[in-house]
Ligand binder design. Structure first.
Ligand code: ZN
Length: 665
């Protein structure tokens, strides 16, 4: 099912490319694409990894908040992360939110961590053995420097559980470098005025399993397939959390002459191949731009840290953003990018230009809303006269580009310095960086790639020894492997291979078996709902994850007890997704989907015959199809087609019989 979704996106994109007359066929193997994946999946344990708190998220207002200053943590080698140091200088503060059920003094970093949660260790070892990885003898918990405030400690605890496994997809064999356990980070809730970032620590400490592949994946399609295969193995344990946000993938991508790019935190597996594809496209375009810039004879040292105050140029501007800044007594600062004209508007991937990359940097380092540049003028209310005057003040030549921002002089300078840095990098090619995925499969700048030495031992937690007996015990009760399960689903539930594969690849294989067993609704109906129907609802923008598994089970129980029909299921799910606190009964009542009694149905059918009397008399029994349509339109979701057809047939026969008999009587 993921494959078909991806194909759709791919085809749409190809069509777009055709429109723009771009021939885009990339031989990825020849290109030398290398992709490695890190899959992070929350485990479904009863407690967090280093304390007894409930591993759950809360929606209510926080019971506790506390403010901390971000301080750059120093690893043993004395390396300070540039992004962390920068934010520290800016005086960024973190406001943490918590409640008592989901956090204790451990999450607040007021108490040392408890020993490693052995339930999580057991799940991780189960996964490790399923992919033939070798468990370690001793588990050493390490600290990994984290720079953004998402951990109250300034580091994330992580430990390797097993090494050197293998995952197969068709002919492809992908080595798994390690299986690890990690504590999940706090979740970001937003940013406030005055450099305050809000994080909620309910998620902090939830156990995550991390499965890391070797960077041997050679195409976007393969990347999607491998991620899916690993996800299926994780779910086969039956002990991982499900739903959006419970699985996150980091993707490392590199091509020769490009750079190693880490894309962090992709949640939608269906987007994975597209993300890889776009990243290759982005790097190829950046390489091309760098070649062309060099041809124009631009050198990095020509891009000088020279700022022009161009506030006066915009004294009478109609541009709202600039107007607003000027009303606050802020300045418009500009820099010149020699011979860069035209490059800033060059598209790297859909909706992403070199200018966008510069704006991302400006936002991160300068905390500005965005940038303006001459490649896009006139626009945003900035007129040609202003653009011309701008060039004059900045002493720009015809081939130069000018970038400018309207903000406080301090932010403006930081933003423009970042823009110039990005421009110098554009001459060299592709800069190494950490990026974040956008909902359309493109990515944006997140932060510079952190240095290598980020790990040091966690001295508060004792070693955990993994004995051979313990491994034997876990080996003796390994869950069914995905391929075995595929065969069983086909046999036991008489599903065809396609549907069985879709159920297996979905998040719902367990739910599928539960529903079929308890409701007795046909296995094909249940399988088609859990795959095709849910997918198409999602595509329509319905937040199906808001409907719980218990509710889905209840819907099918209502179908089997004939309270509603299977045709009504999509409408019920749609309604429940928009009414989170309501139940299935209320959905059925509110939607008027309660199944009709035989009497009510008979009445509707009689009316239909009466209203279409003319056709009935002209066409005799041939009118059946037409009336069936009329009635079903009225009762869809409230009566099964089978019963309607049975009653309609009877009524029609009776009607004609009556007709034939009555005149002579
Ligand atoms: Zn706790």
């Amino acid at each position: 099912m993921q494959a078909s979704f991806h194909n759709e996106l791919f085809l749409r994109k190809q069509a777009e490319n055709k429109e723009k007359d771009i021939a885009l066929e990339i031989d990825y193997a020849k290109l030398g694409l290398k992709v490695g994946l890190e899959i992070h999946q929350q485990l479904d344990t009863s407690a967090k990894l280093f304390c007894k708190c409930k591993p759950e998220l809360f929606k209510e207002e926080p019971e506790i908040t506390f403010l901390r200053k971000l301080r750059p943590t120093q690893s043993e080698l004395g390396q300070i992360d540039p992004a962390a140091y920068f934010e520290f200088q800016k005086g960024v503060k973190i406001l943490y939110e918590a409640n008592k059920a989901t956090s204790c003094l451990v999450e607040m970093d007021e108490e040392p961590p408890h020993p490693l949660n052995m339930e999580a260790v057991e799940i991780a070892l189960t996964v490790a053995l399923m992919i033939k990885a070798k468990p370690v003898d001793e588990i050493h918990v390490m600290r990994k420097t984290v720079i953004d405030g998402s951990n109250t400690t300034g580091f994330q605890r992580t430990c390797v559980v097993a090494l050197n496994g293998v995952v197969r997809v068709g002919e492809k064999i992908v080595p798994i470098e390690h299986v690890s356990l990690e504590e999940d980070a706090a979740r970001k809730m937003g940013e406030e005025e005055g450099n305050i970032i809000r994080y909620r620590i309910d998620r902090l400490g939830i156990p995550l399993i991390e499965v890391t592949t070797a960077p041997v994946i050679n195409s976007p399609k393969e990347a999607g397939e491998i991620a899916l295969a690993i996800g299926t193995i994780l779910r086969a344990t039956g002990r991982v959390k499900r739903g959006l946000g419970t699985i996150r993938q980091d993707i490392n991508i590199s091509i020769p002459n490009g750079a190693l790019i880490e894309i962090k935190g992709l949640q939608e597996l269906e987007l994975l191949s597209l993300v890889v594809e776009y990243e290759v496209q982005r790097q190829l375009n950046l390489i091309k731009i760098s070649e062309e810039i060099k041809e124009r004879g631009v050198k990095g040292e020509e891009i000088k840290d020279e700022f022009f105050d161009v506030t006066d140029v915009f004294k009478r501007t109609k541009c709202k953003v600039i107007r607003k800044a000027l009303d606050k007594n802020q300045k418009v600062l500009a820099v010149k990018l020699p011979k860069f004209k035209g490059f800033l508007k060059r598209e790297l991937t859909p909706n992403l230009r070199l200018g966008t990359e510069m704006a991302d940097r400006a936002r991160f380092w300068g905390r500005v809303g965005g940038i303006f540049h001459t490649d896009e003028l006139p626009a945003y209310g900035i007129i040609t006269e202003e653009a011309e005057e701008l060039k004059e003040v900045a002493k720009a030549e015809e081939q130069d580009a000018i970038v400018f921002v309207a903000d406080s002089p301090e932010n403006g300078r930081d933003a423009l310095k970042a823009v110039m840095e990005r421009a110098r990098e554009a001459i060299k090619g592709v800069p190494e960086e950490t990026r974040a995925p956008n909902p359309d499969g493109t990515t944006r700048y997140m932060r510079p790639r952190p240095g290598a030495a980020r790990m040091y031992p966690e001295t508060d937690i004792p070693l955990t020894y993994i004995t051979e007996d313990y491994i034997k015990k876990i080996s003796s009760r390994l869950p069914e492997l995905p391929e075995q399960k595929l065969g069983r689903l086909m046999k036991e539930y008489r599903l065809n291979q396609k549907l069985a594969r879709q159920i297996l690849d979905s998040e719902y294989s367990e739910l599928f078996e539960t529903i079929v067993k308890e409701s007795g609704v046909s296995s094909t109906t249940v399988a088609a709902f859990l795959t095709e129907t849910l997918k198409s609802l999602k595509r329509d923008g319905i937040q199906v994850e808001k409907v719980s598994e218990n509710q889905i089970r209840e819907i099918f129980r209502s179908v089997s007890s004939k309270e509603t029909t299977k045709e009504a299921i999509p409408d019920i799910v749609r309604w429940l997704s928009k009414h989170e606190d309501k139940n299935v009964q209320e959905a059925i009542n509110n939607l008027g989907l309660k199944i009709l009694s035989r009497k009510e149905l008979e009445k509707i059918i009689e009316n239909a015959i009466e209203n279409n009397r003319k056709f009935v008399e002209e066409r005799g029994v041939k009118v059946f199809g037409l009336l069936m349509g009329v009635v079903m339109k009225e009762v869809r979701g409230k009566a099964s087609a089978g019963i309607v057809s049975e009653l309609l047939r009877k009524k029609l026969e009776k009607y004609h019989h009556h007709k034939k008999v009555s005149p002579s009587a």
